[in-house]
Design a protein around this ligand. Structure first.
Ligand code: AHG
Length: 341
């Protein structure tokens, strides 16, 4: 019998994907559902952010005498709580925590996966109602089952990721995630409270018309980077017009646009930050995994982001990410020596 509806929920989709792999146990699907659940609860709170003056400012005490929590702390606590309750997560590492957190109950210690996340990326945008997001990544642990997970489980390169993605809290709320098979987007249908498949098999356009960077920092960039910015500002596109600059200052929002419309997003090294600003394990690896699953490219200037061997949980890296052609063009300017080799 034909299904009377066209909607495919996140759960249905991940279960259908799992069926392609007879050895799969369904744990990865459950974990994605758990992350989706945490993000739906976070979304509810984000939607109320504009009402803080009415409901009470963060840090202040509300009418019931409870202290209002900062949204990024709320998001962090929610993800930890949901993943701790899940039977499929051995431990987490968060941009908000100094160290990773192993879960030590019997079920968690026997779980195959660890999860890393930036609970609320772009949180400085909350006050101006611009999109923000949660970024997540999932690795299969290396440490033996039956004991608490260890640091080495979280310090794996991006090329070992099993799944990664983000939830964007914007004009609609979307979860976009990739496995090694494909990248897919799910829009939250508020009336049924489910993420529904809306962007199947996303492909990042090979070319793009938009560059995205905090150009205010350009006085601190090296000559190669300055030359690439000049290239973007000149008439270099096929239609004879300069590239457009778009920069929200929320990586999830800037990357979401780059994924769908094409273009390049950059946070390079500069005179004050030799490694750039963005975090390898919480931001750059998951986004590079996703973009590459969609046919794009993520580079740190001298190679793939996904091939960096992490040494610290909170390490930073420069990033050039987006449409393959435009990232390769940027690399011609920023790492000519590497390209010549
Ligand atoms: P935060 O979560 O502290 O607001 O940081 C946001 C991150 C990232 O999402 C964004 O691309 C970048 O920092 C913006 O940095 P600049 O303000 O330096 O451009």
């Amino acid at each position: 019998m034909n299904s009377p509806r066209k909607l495919i929920t996140l759960d249905e989709f991940t279960i259908q994907e799992t069926r392609q792999f007879p050895q799969a146990t369904g744990e990865l699907s459950s974990l994605l559902r758990d992350i989706g659940l945490a993000c739906k609860i976070i979304n509810k709170q984000v939607l109320k952010a504009g009402l803080v003056d009415i409901l009470g400012k963060h840090g202040a005490t509300n009418i019931q005498g409870e202290e209002q929590m900062k949204l990024d702390i709320y998001a962090n606590d929610m993800l930890i709580s949901v993943l701790n309750n899940s039977a499929d997560c051995a431990g987490i590492a968060s941009e908000e925590n100094d160290d990773f957190v192993p879960f030590t109950d019997e079920f968690s210690m026997n779980s195959k996966y660890v999860v890393l996340f930036d609970p609320l990326d772009g949180s400085s945008n909350i006050d101006v109602n611009a999109p923000i997001g949660t970024i997540f990544s999932i690795y299969k642990r290396i440490s033996p089952l039956g004991m608490p997970c260890t640091a080495e489980d979280f310090l794996q390169p991006g090329n070992k990721l099993m799944a990664a993605g983000y939830v964007i809290y914007g004009s609609s709320t979307m979860m976009v995630y990739a496995t090694k098979v494909s990248a897919n987007g799910f829009t939250l249908e508020p009336s049924i409270g489910e993420f529904c498949l809306s962007h199947p098999n996303i492909k990042c356009p090979e070319k793009g018309k938009i560059y995205s960077i905090n150009q205010g920092n350009s006085c601190k960039y090296d000559d190669g980077m300055k030359a690439f910015l000049n290239y973007c500002m000149e008439n270099n596109k096929e239609d004879g017009r300069p590239y457009s600059l778009r920069y929200i200052g929320s990586m999830v929002a800037d990357l979401h646009r780059t994924l769908i419309k094409g273009g390049i997003f950059m946070y390079p090294a500069d005179r004050s930050n030799a490694k750039g600003k963005l975090r390898l394990q919480y931001e750059c690896n998951p986004m590079s995994f996703l973009i590459e699953a969609a046919g794009g490219l993520g580079s740190f200037g001298e190679g793939r982001i996904l091939d960096i061997e992490p040494t610290e949980l909170h390490q930073r890296t420069p990033i050039y990410i987006g449409s393959k052609n435009l990232v390769n063009k940027a690399l011609e300017f920023v790492s000519p020596k590497v390209l010549a080799n």
